[in-house]
Structures are given as structure tokens and as C-alpha cells.
Design a binder for this molecule. Structure first.
Ligand SMILES: NC(=O)c1ccc[n+]([C@@H]2O[C@H](COP(=O)([O-])OP(=O)(O)OC[C@H]3O[C@@H](n4cnc5c(N)ncnc54)[C@H](O)[C@@H]3O)[C@@H](O)[C@H]2O)c1
Length: 305
């Protein structure tokens, strides 16, 4: 299959590219390299903004069957500070990618959303049909992208599947992303620097390993799951305090975080219900947090050499 991956040099996008190539697919990428650093010599990664009007011509020339759209402004905090730039990349960029895919005759776009779209949910784990309550420009831009994808399917017959990702972690992750705390704890603990937990340490998140997330993308490329949104997470909540313990064990470092006042706007708890994802796509997470953290810490160690 011939595919296009936007955000191909990013954390998740680069793992997706690795897996697609390993499975024999023809892959091209788009990335403006603003945060992504993971390029490789054996595929063409077009260095351009996803909102660039010239994207359509490049996509038409490649004519991908499936477009995996991951390129985004990924920081909630940056989105609050500069909501227009966030919308330019995440809303206009997504409209540009959908229009390019339509014009190129692509069969499907797999859109990357975030559990941030649920805001403070009524119940946990959040089912994929839960009411969306975006609490940041980033989350609002992801909702807009989802709606654009639905509209393109209704208007033009361009199929889509939306993957609503929980907090993704693993090798190559950066401190800016939604599971950035793992990267921050890991780097500090390996360097012997102090670590900080905000609030009482009881805030929770649903951490899902990047290889499992990539598996969900692959399973979304076919016809199954067309026109639907799926949660990609474990359904488990891990507190910040417990996460610190687990990273400290993996890093063989002392488990002695400092506590700092809570940060304004941080959501108290999150986990997502991925049972419908299992039913429709046959997807389930395989890598538990201790195992995934061991791999993540090993990768971080290898970066210091
Ligand atoms: N990491 C997580 O926990 C998480 C959780 C939920 C959703 N997501 C979503 O997954 C996707 C990938 O995120 P990631 O964690 O790999 O982050 P990342 O920052 O590593 O990847 C994003 C990539 O997009 C590129 N990019 C940014 N702006 C661009 C633009 N204007 N034009 C072209 N390329 C641009 C960056 O250079 C980077 O390579 C994003 O859509 C993000 O919102 C991530």
C-alpha cells in the first residue's frame, strides 16, 4: 500500500514510519521539522508546513491510498499562549490535508485526536461516544479536525477513522507532548537532578506505549472502523506519584520527588475506554507500564552516549 504520514519525523509518526516500512508499504512523509527530529534516508520526507497550499500538488504527485495525519502543534500550553498559530496548524492544516487527500483520490485519512477533547469527563474510563468538552485551544482544534474529517466523508466519500490517543510514551518522546512528564522524570532521574510532582500527586493519566499506538494506526488503515472514532489507551489510571515510583525503578534512581503547587488548567484524571476499539479493530494494548518504561529509560540512556 502507498501511504503518506504527516508528522513523519515526530515521536509517534517516526515509529509509524518504521513499522510501515518493515511491513513493506511505500511511504512518504510530510514534516516541517519544527519539533520532529527523526528523519531517515530511505524515505522522502517533504519539509513543509501542513497548512501550505502547495501540499495538494505534492500529495497528488504521490497519490497515497491512505494518509495518516499526525502533524500537529502538540502542546496544550503553547495553544493557550498562541491559539491562532495552533488553529493554523491543527485546523487549517487538517483541512489542507483532507482536501489534498480528496483531490489525490486517496481512500482514507486516519486522523489523530487526543483524549484532551473529553476535558473533565462525567465518568472514567471515558467511552468514545462521550460528550466532548475541549478545555484548551489544542483540544478545540482536535475537535475541529474530527468534524472536518466527518464532513469530508459525508460530502466527498473520503473515508476516515479518528484515533483518540491517551497519553503516549516510549523511545523518542519529547518533554512537550501529552506524556511529557515521563520524559521529564526520566531525564532528571538519569542525570541525578531533582524531580517535581505538581499538586498532591493524585492526578491520573492513562499511559499507552507507542508500539501499541502504532498498531492501532495500522489496524485503522483498512475499511473496518470507517467513519468512527476510537479510543487508544489502556483504561487504567496511573497517579503522578505512582508514575514517579515506576520511572525511578526503571532508572534505578531514588524515588524522592519534591512537591510543587498544582498547575492551573491541569485536568484531574483521565483514562479512556478502548473496548470498542478491540471489538471493531481487534486492537488491545500489549505493553504494560513497567515494561514500556524500561524500554523508554534504556533509550534515554542510549541518547547520552
Ligand atoms: N504524544 C501524546 O501523548 C499524544 C497524545 C494525544 C494525541 N497526540 C497527537 O499525536 C500526533 C503526534 O504527536 P507526537 O507526540 O508524535 O508529537 P511530535 O511533536 O513528536 O510530532 C508532531 C510532528 O509534527 C510536526 N509538525 C508540527 N507542526 C507542523 C506543521 N505546521 N507542518 C508540518 N509538520 C508539523 C513536528 O515537526 C513533529 O515532527 C499529534 O497530532 C498529537 O496531537 C499525541
Amino acid at each position: 500500500m502507498r501511504v503518506l504520514v504527516t508528522g513523519a519525523a515526530g515521536f509517534i509518526g517516526s515509529h509509524l514510519v518504521d513499522r510501515l516500512l518493515a511491513e513493506g508499504h511505500e511511504v512518504a512523509g510530510v514534516d516541517d521539522l519544527s519539533t520532529g527530529r527523526n528523519t531517515r534516508d530511505d524515505i522522502d520526507i517533504w519539509e513543509m508546513d501542513v497548512a501550505d497550499p502547495a501540499l495538494g500538488g505534492r500529495v497528488a504527485g504521490w497519490a497515497p491510498e491512505v494518509v495518516f495525519h499526525l502533524a500537529a502543534q502538540v502542546s496544550v500550553r503553547v495553544s493557550v499562549g498562541d491559539p491562532l498559530r495552533d488553529a493554523e496548524i491543527n485546523v487549517v492544516g487538517t483541512a489542507n490535508v483532507l482536501e489534498a487527500a480528496r483531490a489525490a483520490g486517496s481512500r482514507k485519512v486516519v486522523f489523530t485526536s487526543s483524549c484532551a477533547v473529553y476535558g473533565v469527563p462525567d465518568a472514567l474510563p471515558v467511552p468514545p461516544g462521550a460528550r466532548l468538552r475541549p478545555a484548551s485551544p489544542y483540544a478545540a482544534s482536535k475537535v475541529a479536525g474530527e468534524v472536518y474529517a466527518q464532513m469530508y466523508r459525508a460530502l466527498h466519500g473520503l473515508d476516515f477513522t479518528t484515533l483518540t490517543l491517551a497519553n503516549v510514551y516510549g523511545p523518542r518522546q519529547t518533554p512537550e507532548g501529552e506524556a511529557g512528564v515521563i520524559s521529564i522524570f526520566t531525564d532528571a532521574l538519569l542525570a541525578g537532578r531533582p524531580t517535581r510532582v505538581f499538586g498532591d500527586g493524585k492526578q491520573t493519566r492513562d499511559y499507552v506505549y507507542v508500539a501499541d499506538v502504532v498498531d492501532a494506526f495500522l489496524r485503522s488503515a483498512g475499511d473496518q472502523g470507517g467513519g468512527r472514532r476510537f479510543n487508544v489507551g489502556t483504561g487504567l489510571q496511573t497517579t503522578d506519584r505512582d508514575l514517579h515510583t515506576l520511572v525511578a525503578i526503571a532508572a534505578e534512581a531514588p524515588d524522592e520527588p519534591e512537591f510543587a503547587p498544582p498547575r492551573l488548567g491541569d485536568l484531574p484524571a483521565m483514562s479512556v475506554d478502548a473496548e470498542p476499539t478491540r471489538e471493531a479493530l481487534g486492537w488491545a494494548p500489549r505493553v504494560g507500564l513497567p515494561e514500556g518504561l524500561t524500554a523508554t529509560v534504556a533509550w534515554a540512556r542510549s541518547q547520552d552516549i
